[in-house]
Design a protein around this ligand. Structure first.
Ligand code: 8OZ
Length: 355
């Protein structure tokens, strides 16, 4: 069956998951090194970019790219051109970290923002080393329109940068997820309390993005049970069933779900509720990915670590060959090492020439 995602024909059902790599230049600007890395992986059916902050307030870690300045738009153009020259498709992931940041990273004495003033447990990496999290500032209700406007402008910028679509990052304990899950959202206004209220920010962000992009060019990523970044919900199934049902009103291209298939959550229920394509992510290997597509439990599979280490992952999956081992110590290390130097089966240059 040909792979079509929303309105976009893809060459396969293999997706490169969004992967933070912390290799932007000064000003959080993508550059040639990033273009080379993404172009090497253009044989994916779809690449989803690393999480990209929509505003300086939305940044959580050093050297993550943004999509809120002219220089960042120009930098991303290098990436999208390189991917398109290799026949690939690439979406930008729109990101606001909320409380998963630090004044050292935000600068100017800024404190991270969140639905409620609840400090995450643990520490965060900054330019000055690991620092304990700080208590975030609860967003005032009258700040929310400007936040949504930042998402709309970022979506517009993504279009100017030549992306094929955008993914809204509503997963992994960042700002939108902090609103969705009740462990981090204790608000008593229209953005807290009921699931309907907690999902209001996601709906409003989605509507802002849809004022710029066609529904077939927009996806949403969620992670109903992922505890990463000290987040939890008291009833994940009930919460996310409602959230996904609400997303149906937008006819989006896809729902991207970070699954933990050991925790008893019924992901197939989300797939059945959702009216678009279902993209699964979370530890899939060759056999489990093929089984999921064949039995129809997913339409697309997003691979993370395997794509970091294997630029020609689709070919390796097709041929059932061995994989390069990922060098985890270099995932966020900056620089070219462990980034654009993983070999393809036939050598990167030859493979690129043949694409
Ligand atoms: C790992 C390290 C830093 C960021 C996510 C954007 O989990 C991330 C991320 C992951 O979505």
């Amino acid at each position: 069956m040909p792979a079509v995602l929303g309105s976009i024909p893809l060459r396969n059902r293999i997706v490169m998951a969004p992967l933070t790599r912390s290799r932007a230049e000064a000003g959080n600007v993508p550059h040639e090194l990033n273009a080379r890395y993404y172009a090497q992986r253009a044989s994916a059916g779809l690449i989803i970019s690393e999480a990209t902050q929509i505003s300086s307030q939305g940044q959580g870690y050093p050297k993550t790219p943004g999509i809120h300045s002219d220089a960042q738009i120009a930098g991303w153009q290098l990436v999208t051109n390189a991917v398109h020259e290799c026949g690939g498709k690439i979406f930008l992931q729109l990101w606001h970290v909320g409380r998963i940041s630090h004044p050292v990273t935000l600068g100017k004495g800024e404190v991270p923002v969140a639905p409620s003033a609840i400090k995450p447990a643990g520490e965060i990496y900054t330019d000055q080393g690991m620092r304990p999290f700080v208590t975030p500032r609860a967003l005032a209700i009258d700040e929310i329109p400007a936040l949504i406007e930042d998402f709309r402008i970022a979506a517009t910028n993504a279009k100017a940068a030549g992306f094929d679509g955008v993914e809204i990052h509503a997963a992994n304990g960042y700002l939108i997820d902090q609103f969705l899950r009740d462990g981090t959202n204790k608000r008593e206004d229209a953005y807290g309390g009921s699931v309907d209220n907690r999902a209001r920010l996601l709906r409003e962000v989605t509507e802002a993005v849809l004022s710029v992009w066609e529904p077939g060019q927009v996806g949403v990523r969620i992670s109903p049970t992922n505890p990463f970044n000290d987040i939890a919900d008291s009833s994940p199934q009930a919460t996310f069933d409602v959230i996904v049902e609400q997303l149906n009103r937008y006819s989006l291209a896809y729902l991207h779900v970070v699954e933990d298939r050991t925790d008893g959550f019924d992901y197939q229920q989300l797939r059945q509720i959702f009216n678009g394509a279902y993209m699964a992510n979370g530890g899939y290997q060759r056999d489990s990915a093929i089984a999921a597509i064949e039995e129809g439990s997913a339409d697309f599979i997003a691979f993370g670590k395997l794509f970091i280490a294997n630029p020609d992952l689709p070919q390796r999956l097709r041929l059932n060959t061995e994989f390069n081992p990922p060098r985890e110590e270099l995932f966020y290390a900056g620089g070219a090492e462990g980034y654009d130097d993983y070999p393809s089966l036939r050598g990167t240059a030859e493979r690129e020439a043949s694409l």
